[in-house]
Unconditional design. Sequence first.
Length: 247
Amino acid sequence: MKQPNENNIDSSPITSQQSTRLKIWDIPVRLFHWSLVILFATAYATNALGTNYFKYHLWSGYAIIVLVSFRIVWGVVGTYHARFINFVRNPITTIKYAISVFKKTDKHYVGHNPLGAIMVVVLLAAILTQAITGLFTNDEIFNLGPLYGYISDDLSLSLTSLHRKLFYWILGAVVLHIIAVLVHVFFKRDNIIKSMFTGEKTKKGLDGEKSIRSSRIWLALIIVVVVALGLAWIIYSAPQAVSDAGY
């Protein structure tokens, strides 16, 4: 009887075409990545356009919460290269890698390198925090976050300030991320942008690595639906948001 492959690694015979390519990023991870890019830009644009677009800004925030929550869960139960345990390294390994980057002796990783892993964790935590604080915001004009009714006006204003300030920190992290990606593409000849579309990487120098065998799409869909329903329940069961000023 054939035993299930717990790590979701493809151990089937390798064809000549497969021998030069590795399937690293599953479909859910790739869809998450590009959807988050679009939603982050949409959230910024709808905020910049003013209070009349608050509804769209709010829905962008809901979608971001669902996406990032999914990615965190997927980092535990998803495919091999998507799991945090398989790409987040300990502090000593990360420091050694950072030193090797400056010495130009850094090792090539099939997935996220140790510094990239830190960026992934920081961005996920920061974006989720910003999106959640947005649920409690108060623009002191017309609009209130859907969970405003749970807290005081003073706390809402403090969370609103944090929500705004976090954006600039996240933007700075995104800029660093883009710079790192461009360095990989143009200086290290590792086209990770293309990989995030195709899910594949060239096998050169990665003989010890293997492809994932499936994207577990049904599991990903179940997680997204459960998270979305949970968020909807939290929002619709919240007390009516009415400010101390009466709006």
